[in-house]
Design a protein around this ligand. Structure first.
Ligand code: NDP
Length: 445
């Protein structure tokens, strides 16, 4: 590794020894960028990498709310405003018990590069809370969202920081959060994206990450003269990204044979009945195990790790971080999988990525492959600024164009740095250079 890159990485390991997810993401990114520092000594002179890995601002705050039993509950709220080099901070909010500073920083760091790759003027951020919406009543979720926004509203705004959804933050939570924001801030600007269409949201935002993932994977497949037609696809998760990845992959002729939630997975040889999954997860908020009650040909397996043992052509991890480890990668290769494309953020461990790439599996890294969601959020910001709504077809067409352009940026950068087909390196370099050039232009502050 380039000596400058190595020294910055070493410092991170010394300063943040317990932030394992952050260190994992930083290691992958800095390792890829090593080649850039060899060619651009001016970046070292301006301390670009030290500044890039240190968030501009981190906010941790107490969130106090009252549950249905009248008991006072306390959670921690987070917002990491990582980089505003190319535009207002932008990145989702995650509500999940695992949320901590390390996870916020890993997601925020990735988000800088992802947002840069979209080609749109959006900086990088992430936020959330260790609150778990699962098992809570609507009123409890509403009270929590309002308590959370009671602090967050002073840090966000249409030209400052624009959060969106992520794990545990869907349409219901965004509604509560935005309703509270507009009241507290006395402002109807686009300070949150992923809003419902009646109150300023964009068509296709719901579908965008899943659709975008398939558009990106399709571009990778084309390089091998392949397509989704006739392919057997395994998708982990059954949330927003997973559901719409299934919808688009099926539309392109694939058969999705397995999906999961955090308890286990379903396998349906003839293809998952997506309408049933949508009803269970989006409307009834039930467990995926319920699927087999109405689908006797399907099976349910408790636990998630074996999902990657299922024989498939294309694997789309769309649940959470580190769900494909080295053993899973070996099983995928053994079973003839030709493409792994990341819908979730960092779902593949570093050794698994290497194994897949060494075995010539097409590998689409999250920061490129799942950028469709944030790109469509930027289209929502554009529509809000114009006081206009675009049609479903217009937004979908723009999304497809953006995903194709992201693929091209990754491919071009990989070729320029003599790593053809390595979209991990391509995505990191293409995303980073736009941010680095902007930072250089601003001088040192
Ligand atoms: P959702 O909350 O809608 O769905 C998450 C899905 O993953 C659920 O099926 C959930 O199961 C499952 N899951 C969560 N944690 C685990 C776990 N530890 N083990 C196994 N399964 C788990 O989230 P999204 O679909 O929005 O997000 C999924 C991933 O995609 C995340 O990594 C997110 O950061 C990333 N992403 C999302 C974007 C978006 O626009 N939504 C944009 C870019 C990235 P259960 O219901 O049991 O919790």
């Amino acid at each position: 590794m380039n000596a400058y890159a190595q020294s910055v990485l070493d410092q991170l390991y010394q300063r943040f020894p317990t932030q394992k997810e952050f260190l994992q993401a930083a290691t992958e990114i800095i390792d890829s960028l090593s080649l850039v520092f060899d060619r651009h000594p001016e970046y070292e002179k301006a301390g670009i990498l030290e500044r890039f890995v240190e968030p501009e601002r981190q906010i941790n705050f107490r969130v106090t709310w009252i549950d249905d039993a009248g008991k006072v509950q306390v959670n921690t709220g987070y917002r990491v405003q990582y980089s505003s080099a190319i535009g207002p901070y932008k990145g989702g909010l995650r509500f999940h018990p695992s949320v901590n500073n390390s996870i916020m920083k890993f997601l925020g760091l990735e988000q800088i590069l992802k947002n840069s790759l979209t080609g749109m003027p959006i900086g990088g951020a992430k936020g959330g809370s260790d609150f778990d919406p699962k098992g809570k009543s609507d009123n409890e979720v509403m009270r929590f969202c309002q308590a959370f926004m009671n602090e967050l509203y002073r840090h966000i705004g249409a030209d400052t920081d624009v959060p969106a959804g992520d794990i545990g933050v869907g349409a219901r939570e965004i509604g509560y959060l935005y309703g509270c924001y507009k009241k507290l801030a006395n402002n109807n600007g686009c300070a949150i994206t992923g809003r419902g269409v009646p109150y300023g949201g964009s068509l296709v935002r719901t579908e965008a990450t899943g659709y975008g993932l398939i558009y990106f994977a399709n571009e990778m497949l084309k390089t091998r003269k392949e397509s989704f037609e006739g392919k057997r696809v395994v998708i982990s998760g059954s949330g927003n990204v997973a559901i719409y990845a299934n919808e688009k992959a099926t539309k392109l002729g694939a058969t999705v044979i397995a999906m999961s939630d955090s308890n286990g997975y379903i396998y349906d040889e003839n293809g998952i009945d997506l309408a049933a999954v949508k009803r269970l997860k989006e409307v009834e908020r039930k467990r995926i195990s319920e699927y087999v009650k109405d689908h006797p040909a399907a099976t349910y397996t408790e636990g998630c790790d074996k999902i990657w043992q299922i024989k498939c052509d294309i694997a789309l991890p769309c649940a959470t971080q580190n769900e494909i480890n080295l053993d899973s990668a070996k099983a995928l290769v053994k079973n003839g999988c030709i493409c792994v494309c990341e819908g979730a953020n960092m779902p593949t461990t570093l050794d698994a990525v290497k194994y897949l790439q060494d075995n010539k599996v097409l590998f689409g890294p999250a920061k490129a492959a799942n950028a469709g969601g944030v790109a469509t959020s930027a289209l929502e910001m554009a529509q809000s600024a114009q006081r206009m709504y675009w049609t479903f077809e217009d937004v979908d067409k723009a999304l497809e164009g953006i995903m194709k352009s992201i693929f091209k940026h990754c491919d071009d950068a990989a070729n320029e740095y003599d790593c053809p087909g390595n979209y991990v390196i391509g995505a990191n370099i293409a995303g980073f250079k736009r941010v680095a050039e902007s930072m250089l232009a601003y001088g040192i502050y």
